[in-house]
Design a protein around this ligand. Structure first.
Ligand SMILES: Cc1ncc(COP(=O)(O)O)c(C=O)c1O
Length: 382
């Protein structure tokens, strides 16, 4: 059986060129970048080159990059670090109801510490209203954290407009762009954003590496205390091989962004057309914004269906897809994103996320749509 992987929003395969770039730093160049001898100096030069490359791709300064262990740590550092450094105590933070758990759980932790958080609603398509952002601002607001492109339904937020509003008000703006990286153009010289979280394993890079961009005018307190690494903003020996791999993956993702956008959009459209052929135009509902969206995510509700049953049957047929948040028990909770979008219980119950990647072929999508259609029809007729 041919396995078809349609869960690239969760993780992507490592690109062979990324692997090649990492190997010397795993095998021969094992020095610690903080050591003063030749091994250490070589490692430091390599780390600096990774930082320079990343900064050049994002149009920022190398000093504005903090390498982290991934998107989750970057989100934590941005939010906790800004609040800890703020003169306004207790502080107020604004975010949305559809953020990734890395942001929502950090905000809940802030509340436990006595700070306050506003969780902005979204409309039916997952969009935040700028008016709601404006109205939520208080004198003690220090930070707004908003996802660039949602990881479940793909809706893109009006980041530029929100950023311009916040510049006027002197409030820091953090953007989680983990899903957007490599899918849309990101230029930090032009984008009115103060902090941005990125992750390696969503762009054919390694897992366990990410970064937080922190604008040079922004002061933040560390979250991990230790040595003087990352200009005293994140202690711990740097993950050199992964930083090299991440920089290589990021370079390729940025260089090919327009081409890749089209490839992913085409795969997504083909999947929709294939599903229509199998199930009819009304056999499923697409969730998320119809055009303000990421190219690689397709969230679909199959009426009268249960997502756990669907995912299990897809898996038996070799198709790897996903739904909202998986529980530790193995069962699947209703997605907080679809809840916030006020989907009906029936649509929430049967919601599946297919996410496409650069390794997917048209043939795979043709097979996947056919298999999904057959499974849905079979279960419906039971
Ligand atoms: C939007 C978003 N933010 C943060 C994360 C967490 O990133 P990481 O897995 O690198 O910790 C993810 C991962 O799925 C994500 O999609």
């Amino acid at each position: 059986m041919h396995n078809i992987y349609l869960d690239h929003a969760a993780a992507t395969p490592l690109h062979p060129d990324v692997f090649e770039a990492m190997v010397p730093h795993l095998k021969e160049q094992y020095g610690n970048p903080s050591s003063l001898h030749s091994y250490g100096r070589a490692a430091k030069i390599a780390l600096d080159s990774a930082r320079d490359l990343v900064a050049a791709q994002l149009y920022c300064s190398p000093n504005e990059i903090i390498f982290t262990s991934g998107g989750t740590e970057s989100d934590n550092l941005a939010i906790m670090g800004i609040v800890a450094a703020s003169k306004r105590q207790p502080a107020h933070v604004i975010t949305t109801q559809i953020e990734h758990r890395a942001v929502l759980s950090t905000c809940q932790h802030l509340e436990e510490l006595g700070h306050s958080v506003t969780y902005l609603p979204v409309d039916k398509s997952g969009l935040v209203s700028i008016d709601d952002v404006r109205k939520a601002i208080k004198p003690e607001t220090v930070l707004i954290s908003i996802n660039y492109g949602n990881n479940e339904v793909g809706t893109l937020q009006p980041i530029e407009e929100i950023g311009l509003l916040l510049r006027e008000k002197g409030i820091y703006f953090h953007v989680d762009a983990v899903q957007a990286l490599g899918k849309i153009n990101i230029n930090l010289l032009e984008l009115p954003v103060d902090l941005m979280s990125l992750s390696g394993h969503k762009i054919n890079g390694p897992k366990g590496i990410g970064l937080l961009y922190v604008n040079k005018n922004v002061h933040l307190k560390p979250n991990i205390f230790g040595g003087n690494q990352e200009r005293k903003r994140r202690g711990g020996t740097e993950n050199l091989a992964s930083a090299i791999g991440f920089s290589k993956a990021l370079e390729m993702a940025v260089f090919n962004v327009n081409k890749n956008q089209k490839i992913l959009n085409d795969l997504r459209s083909q999947m929709i057309e294939g599903l229509k052929k199998e199930l009819g135009d009304h056999g499923f509902v697409i969730n998320g914004h119809p055009n303000q969206r990421l190219p690689h995510i397709l969230n679909v509700s199959f009426k009268q269906m249960n997502k756990e049953t669907l995912l299990m049957n897809f898996d038996i047929e070799g198709i790897a897809a996903a739904s909202g948040s998986a529980c530790t028990s193995g069962s699947i909770k209703d997605s907080h994103v679809l809840d916030a979008m006020h989907l009906s219980p029936e649509l929430k119950k049967g919601a599946i996320r297919f996410s496409f990647g650069l390794n997917n072929t048209k043939k795979e999508i043709e097979i996947a749509a056919k298999k999904v259609g057959t499974i849905v029809n079979r279960l419906r007729n039971k």
